[in-house]
Design a protein around this ligand. Structure first.
Ligand SMILES: NC(=O)c1ccc[n+]([C@@H]2O[C@H](COP(=O)([O-])OP(=O)(O)OC[C@H]3O[C@@H](n4cnc5c(N)ncnc54)[C@H](OP(=O)(O)O)[C@@H]3O)[C@@H](O)[C@H]2O)c1
Length: 327
């Protein structure tokens, strides 16, 4: 397959490129060059800002492609200069997010038919999802320009090697440091994480199967107790989880999600996004790795990069809070 990846050098895109190369595809990555490419010598590189493609990049975009996988469209401004330049495309895959759904809990989880947030919402936390939704609508309206089938892959929270977000990294880092670990989450808090390698396998298979439409690509639903225990045990350090409970944590003004990532209090509307229905993807062949395997992999990656974000719970404060909790 001759595949163009718009992006592809950081995290999810990097896994997609690795998967395509593993299958023997002829891969081109188009990116700005801000992140170093790990694919020097094994993929064709086109350096350009997609918001203002160079003449050379325009010529590459116009080539016939078995598939274009777009990991880097974050706003319509990323799409409007690119789509008119494309020639024959076997399949266009736009990576979107489950963040586009309205935060309305549903018994069967959010399906692809669930209501979406208003496309003009100005909620700061949802601004990036709003922009993604506008991207989805823009691509749909310009299907004639793409001349091929369109897949919109709405991704849930992704974890794995190369993940440079602050989310699972907090727990990996905390487990690697060892000692008493403050855990504010309710044991039953919903958690849904997907390994980037599973995303990559699925999206590459989707090219073969010419899957079209909208598909949720998210992990298996689990709970906070399972996740935290898996991370703490797999790290292999001496750790004691201190399950202080949500009320204690909120009373002491701990900030869910930012200060302690992946913690969503029972009242948080964002919990709806931890219950995404993935039946369409599994019917289409999505296979999920067991969580412990993903955690082991992620721990290996985190052990190499180590670091503590300024936003996360300060170590001294964590110790102090645990002492208070123990009374
Ligand atoms: N991680 C998650 O949990 C999650 C959840 C839901 C959805 N998603 C979606 O998954 C997708 C993958 O994100 P990723 O960062 O992991 O992908 P990635 O493809 O590994 O990295 C982003 C790539 O986009 C390129 N890029 C960004 N802006 C560009 C521009 N204006 N022109 C040309 N290239 C540009 C970057 O190049 P430079 O280095 O040169 O900037 C980089 O190669 C995103 O669409 C994201 O919204 C992720």
């Amino acid at each position: 397959m001759k595949i163009l990846v718009l992006g592809g050098t950081r995290f999810v895109g990097r896994h997609i490129v690795e998967e395509c190369l593993r299958r023997g595809d002829d891969v081109t990555v188009l990116y700005r060059g801000r992140s170093p490419s790990p694919f020097a010598g094994i993929a064709r590189h086109v350096l350009t800002d997609r918001r203002a493609p160079t003449v050379e990049a325009a010529a590459v975009l116009a080539e016939p492609w078995d598939a274009v996988i777009d990991t880097s469209a974050r706003d319509v401004d990323d799409l409007s200069p690119v789509l008119p330049l494309l020639g024959d495309v076997g399949q266009y895959t736009l990576l979107s997010t489950c963040g586009v759904y309205r935060r309305a809990p549903s018994r069967y989880g959010l399906t692809e038919r669930a209501a979406t947030i208003p496309a003009d919402a100005s909620h700061p936390v949802r601004a990036s999802a709003t922009r993604k939704l506008r991207c989805e609508r823009y691509v749909r309206r310009r299907l004639d320009r793409i001349n091929g089938p369109l897949l919109i892959a709405r991704l849930g929270l992704v974890i794995g090697r190369y993940d440079d977000s602050d989310r699972l990294a907090y727990w990996l880092e905390r487990a690697l440091r060892g000692g008493d670990v403050l855990v504010p989450m309710d044991d039953r808090q919903a958690i849904q994480l997907i390994d980037a390698t599973d995303v990559a396998h699925f999206l590459r298979d989707a090219v073969d199967h010419k899957l079209t439409g909208v598909v949720n690509v998210a992990g298996a639903r689990t709970d906070a107790r399972t996740l935290v225990d898996t991370v703490l045990t797999r790290a292999g350090r001496a750790v004691t989880p201190c399950r202080v409970g949500e009320d204690f944590a909120l009373t002491h003004r701990l900030q869910p999600w930012t200060e302690i990532p992946l913690w969503l209090p029972a009242s948080s509307p964002e919990l709806a996004l931890m219950s995404v229905n993935i039946s369409r993807a599994t019917d289409a062949g999505l296979i999920l790795r067991p969580l412990p395997d993903s955690i082991t992999d992620a721990l290996g990656w985190q052990a190499l990069r180590r670091g503590w974000s300024q936003r996360w719970l300060d170590h001294a404060r964590e110790r102090d809070l645990i002492q208070r909790w123990r009374g």
